[in-house]
Design a protein around this ligand. Sequence first.
Ligand code: FAD
Ligand code: NAD
Length: 464
Amino acid sequence: PGEQLPHDPSKKTLVVLGSGWGATSLLNSMDTTDYNVIVISPKNYFLFTPLLPSVAVGTLSPRSILQPTRYVTRHKKRQVAVIEASATSVDPIAKTVKFEDTSEIQGLVSTTTVNYDYLVFAVGAEVQTFNIPGVKENACFMKELEDAEHMQRRFLDCLETAAFPGQTPDEISRLLHMVVVGGGPTGVEVSGELHDFLEEDLRSWYPELASNVRITLVEALPSVLPMFSKQLIDYTESTFKEAKIDILTKTMVKEIKEKSVVLQMPDKSVVEVPCGLVVWAAGNKLRKVTQDLMAKFPQAQTNRRGITVDDHLRMVGVPDKSIFAIGDCTATSYAPTAQVASQEGAYLARIIAQLAKRDELAARLKALQETPAVEETKQEIESVQKQITKAEKMRPFHYSHQGSLAYIGSDKAIADLPFFNGNLATGGVATYLFWRSAYLSTLFSPRNRVLVANDWIKVKLFGR
Ligand code: FAD
Ligand code: NAD
């Protein structure tokens, strides 16, 4: 009953947790005939996160940037089971994963367990709130599809409420003040997209209100976008200045109330600033399921940023090396980005193909060793042993950085690109066109490329 799990006793079972950048890249690249493959994720789709802020302002429709996981798996040579559920715990000794249906509708069975031979842990991260009061209750996040939809609803509601007859000037000013917390790429992109929506559409829909809309970006560090070069930070800051987006650096959000944010200013004074909308883009933290798994290997897993992996992306400390971890749930020398997660997924597809070959050879060796030892058998045993040694030689993971890109609004983007052994830092409208084409080509499926291109054309012709 229920989803029939692939079960060929001659094959090992590979359980993949997650359907994000890492897991989807693995699924796209892997040969599913090698294993019984089971994918478990609370979202039955892949979300193209780089374009999420565009959904928040209605430039793109949510459907355009998601790809159902079954769209990938149904084209695979062998059946892959996709289960919409959250993994709640992993038992690395019994080699089982417990998972739970956390969706709105539940059946009679909503928790169960599956066995694995190899586990790919790719559950990403969740929003970091630092336990700052009021963040969960009063701010919008920018991580999941529903976050973007939530932000869009609240933003438009602020405008309509400000347009309500008889609203006082102070209340209008509060409702039209949008605060974005976090000057990393997410916060910068959200601010840029909000500005575009305002300039390109809202100015003509709400002519009497539009000039009162203010956008403030708050960042605790001395500058926004610390991962970009100084030149591009300056370019972003001057573009924001022209766009009348205020940047408050060295400023820390201490609390978020229903109608205001409490800020600690650079001189340590604390001020309460009224606002209508707060978008929280202050970074990531580990999920509970990741913390719990790490706690099972207290000697080896001590990095608070995430799972420590070896050169082949295997979780350090797991005695039989059966758990791989990729993407934002790991702590590596690379930034937690889609680029890294997808390269790790593609690399892992090659590693597990090699492991399947090794395991098949090991089974053959075992069978040969159990047969009476004639000369031919001895020779074959030697040959198989050599092949096993070869199959066990795995190349380490190597990340190839393709550059960093970010959209900053006003039809401008910035790019730090590796270029002839140096770095090319570029910003402007041409970079924006490059940003668009780069993202269009990175979208995994032709269906999504057509949908996104179509949305962009629609917005140019008819507005959002
Ligand atoms: P994710 O892609 O987050 O996938 C995690 C998966 O695990 C999800 O499918 C989730 O549903 C699933 N999951 C969660 N909990 C469980 C559980 N308990 N059990 C099973 N499954 C679970 N990076 C770039 O390189 N370039 C960009 O332009 C860029 N833009 C971004 C814009 C935004 C708004 C955001 C939020 C991020 C952006 N990033 C970008 C970062 C990038 O999205 C992440 O680094 C990337 O998603 C990491 O991939 P992942 O597979 O580790 O995690
Ligand atoms: P981030 O961690 O890069 O930035 C969060 C920022 O919030 C930090 O600069 C931090 O100082 C600030 N902050 C934290 N608490 C604060 C507080 N209380 N008050 C004020 N500021 C506070 O997070 P992100 O922007 O979501 O990015 C996460 C990852 O995803 C990064 O690796 C990033 O490179 C990647 N990403 C890349 C792109 C892109 O390449 N275009 C876009 C989005 C995300």
